[in-house]
Write a protein that binds this ligand. Structure first.
Ligand code: ADP
Ligand code: MG
Length: 383
């Protein structure tokens, strides 16, 4: 009788339901949705045998998958043990997965999801006039602070000359590939892709414009970012090829200018910001970094002078004819450097430090999710 087998099918259903709670650590979707569970059988003694297909051989996250699957399946009543056999997807299976992740269409030309009209991802390109002003430190702290607020955050380290984002975030993993897609490593809830992950060792690479353009395009189109709330790009200092490529690839990116209080730094920061006028990109605001050092007496020592941030904000406001606010002033603090060197952003490890408070306040102002304009009435009236 069919009913007699009900208990057996129930435990199998329960095992499948348990497997559906396990997410692939990279793709962040249930392994059952991704075609990774080839079979799951319950043996006579309550031992469950799972055949799992990894996206790539030597998948670095195999142990994590083993732990997560074992924990989930062991919790099913009646299960006495879990055995996992790892296999690898065939090229066809990987292709099917890629198609699925790309939204069901096997697009010949990968598209940049953030540049699509309906995209709700806010894209901020962090720019500076010159190097060493703290552009990367600001980028990683904003990313970590936004992720800590529960937002889905990605960072593209596009600073070809000084890619430092992975180290500052402690994202030491390497990207893995699924067919043409790149899975970004993640740290502190932030997905990271860096140009440094694609160059051998510390080799200095001479990047020419077209090559850079293609690299940036690949980072934006071929990386599986998922549904991001915020994407931050750490641009190289100055007004070079990357800024121009970015404007072409992501015309909706908003520019965040980082400067120090110093007059010279402020002048070049203004120039970096002013190209937004030519590229028709919005300037979201200015962050002044290294604003002062607080002495034990409570006095503020203005090591790099004062006023740079306000000057840049005012000047850019005049240039573009729209308010470009000074979003924050971040004091000098050795903990900013130390936490960056340790791969643990100060906003996470020392959130009450004045520098962390200032950075978190900037993050708050950037956190608002863009509302999709798709399907919205334009409010046009016949005359
Ligand atoms: N507010 C700050 N206080 C102390 N050190 C800082 C601060 N901001 C940045 N630094 C340090 O200054 C150096 C340059 O910062 P970085 O973020 O790498 O600049 P950029 O990306 O503009 O070249 C790094 O060693 C960093 O740790
Ligand atoms: Mg940098």
């Amino acid at each position: 009788m069919a009913y007699m087998s009900a208990p057996a099918s129930t435990i199998e259903d329960a095992v499948l339901a348990a497997l559906a709670t396990v997410d692939d650590p990279e793709i962040h979707r249930p392994i059952t949705d991704l075609g990774m569970v080839r079979s799951a059988t319950v043996g006579g003694e309550g031992v469950v045998r799972v055949e799992l297909l990894l996206t790539v051989a030597g998948c670095p996250l195999r142990d994590k998958l083993r732990t997560d699957i074992t924990a989930a399946v062991s919790a099913v009543p009646g299960v006495t043990g879990v055995e996992i056999d790892f296999g690898v997807m065939s090229p066809e299976q990987r292709q099917a997965l890629q198609t699925k992740l790309r939204g069901g269409t096997a697009a010949a030309e990968p598209v940049i999801p953030f540049a699509q009209p309906g995209s709700r991802t806010r894209v901020y390109a962090v720019a500076s006039g010159k190097g060493g002003v703290g552009k990367s430190s600001v980028t990683v702290n904003l990313a970590a602070a936004l992720a800590a607020r529960g937002l889905s955050v990605g960072v593209v380290d596009a600073d070809i000359y000084g890619h430092s984002v992975p180290r500052m975030l402690g994202a030491n993993g390497s990207p893995t590939r699924v067919e043409d897609m790149i899975m970004p490593p993640e740290a502190h809830g932030v997905k990271v892709i860096s140009i440094g992950m694609f160059t051998a060792g510390n080799a200095a690479v001479v990047w020419r414009g077209p090559m850079l353009h293609r690299a940036l395009q690949q980072f934006l189109a071929d990386v599986y970012w998922g549904d991001l709330d915020v994407l931050l790009l750490d641009l190289p200092p100055g007004t070079g090829d990357v800024a121009i490529s970015l404007a072409q690839l992501l015309p909706n990116a908003e520019i965040l200018v980082v400067t120090t209080p110093q007059t010279a730094a402020a002048e070049v920061a203004e120039r970096a910001g002013a190209i937004a006028l030519q590229t028709h990109q919005r300037l979201v605001g200015v962050v002044e970094n290294m604003s002062w050092l607080e002495l034990p007496t409570g006095e503020r020592m203005e090591i790099f002078g004062s006023g740079g941030g306000a000057t840049v904000a005012e000047s850019l406001t005049r240039t573009v004819g729209a308010t470009v606010p000074l979003l924050g002033q971040v004091p000098l603090d050795t903990r900013v450097r130390e936490s960056g060197d340790a791969g643990r952003p100060i906003v996470l490890v020392d959130p009450t430090a004045p520098a962390a408070v200032a950075l978190s306040a900037v993050a708050d102002r950037l956190a608002v999710r863009r509302e999709s304009l798709v399907g919205k009435p334009l409010g046009l009236k016949p005359r």
